[in-house]
Design a protein around this ligand. Structure first.
Ligand code: SER
Length: 319
């Protein structure tokens, strides 16, 4: 049985991944690692073990690994792209120094490590459509720079020391559970919240801005499926392109309007986010993930929109 530590267990991905991993591997086998400024929810605190786990504190992480005999770490600690641009040194500290701490611990204590990468690991000089698995990666954001570095470091620790590092490049992730904060793709979450609350949505990105997106259940499956994959089949490791859907603000707004006919949207462009979005791919080619470990998403824009609206109505008690 695996013994897992989730670092960033209270964040956008971590909050749901921790619950999913507990359901799969047993509550007591998954430690929810969090920092005091992002405290545990009651549900996470009560359903299994937890620990303060600041990825920038190597001693603290090593102690948790020893105490709970951890063999697998999901490291989800990160500042997203737009907030990273406002705090680049902190983004570097968490996403580079933190990852290096973790890889050193993994080398010593024989842990597998999953630290996600992102569509943000590409930049203006990468091919925009059907962006290949192996291509030019010269991102312009500190977020992207940290993700490329994480990919390279993770591969380095695999090839040099045999650390079992694996990862995916996540698209924008959409969920009704824990909201994201400070990302460029967040508008595709916020739009559903506005629609369900009956508010006009102010879209920060221009019509025609295409990016890859994914519904959270597919993202959670990707993490678990990749970490469970037969290592002899993995030609790539850090990090696999995965894709589910690509859309622009007009397409998601049209889908929302089908479900909430009164829905209205206006544009008020956020220059920083627009610049970041323009530098990212329109859509990724995920054929390596499909071939090497059987990646296959379940949700498209229509089925995701139906589920989001339904679940948010329940969340806010709206008929
Ligand atoms: N969702 C992230 C962001 O927008 C990208 O991985 O920053």
């Amino acid at each position: 049985m695996k013994k897992i530590l989730v670092i960033g267990a209270t964040g956008q991905i971590g909050s749901e991944l921790t619950t999913e991993l507990r359901a799969r591997y047993g509550n007591n086998n998954v430690v929810a690692g969090y920092i005091p400024s992002a405290p545990l929810t009651e549900a996470l605190a009560e359903s299994g073990p937890s620990a303060i786990a600041d990825v920038t504190d190597a001693k603290q992480i090593a102690e948790i690994v020893d105490k709970h005999q951890i063999d697998t770490v999901y490291n989800l600690a990160a500042l997203l792209s737009a907030v990273g641009e406002k705090k680049p040194l902190l983004a570097w500290h968490i996403q580079i120094d933190g990852v290096l701490n973790l890889l050193e611990i993994a080398k010593e204590k024989n842990c597998a490590v999953f630290t996600p990468s992102s569509i943000g690991a590409f930049g203006n000089s990468s091919p925009k459509d059907n962006t290949p698995q192996d291509t030019i990666q010269r991102p312009q954001t500190i977020y992207g720079i940290s993700k490329v570095t994480t990919e390279l470091l993770s591969d380095y620790y695999f090839h040099k020391y045999g650390v079992d590092t694996r990862s995916v490049r996540f698209p924008g992730l959409i969920s009704y559970v824990t909201p994201p904060g400070g990302g460029t793709t967040d508008y595709a979450v916020d739009i559903y919240y506005s629609a369900v609350k009956g508010e006009k949505f102010v879209c920060p990105l221009q019509a025609g801005t295409f990016m890859d997106m994914m519904y959270m259940p597919d993202a959670l499956n990707a993490c678990v499926q990749l970490m469970e994959a037969d290592p002899s089949k993995l030609i790539h490791r850090n990090a696999f392109n995965i894709a589910a859907m690509s859309f622009d603000p007009e397409m998601i707004a049209a889908e929302v309007k089908k479900l909430v006919p009164d829905f209205q949207m206006e544009y008020q462009i956020d220059e920083l986010r627009q610049k970041i979005a323009n530098s990212w791919p329109n859509s990724l080619d995920d054929s390596c993930a499909r071939e090497e470990w059987g990646w296959k998403p379940q949700y498209d824009l229509t089925s995701m929109s139906q589920d989001m609206i339904e679940k948010l109505k329940i969340k806010f008690g709206i008929k």
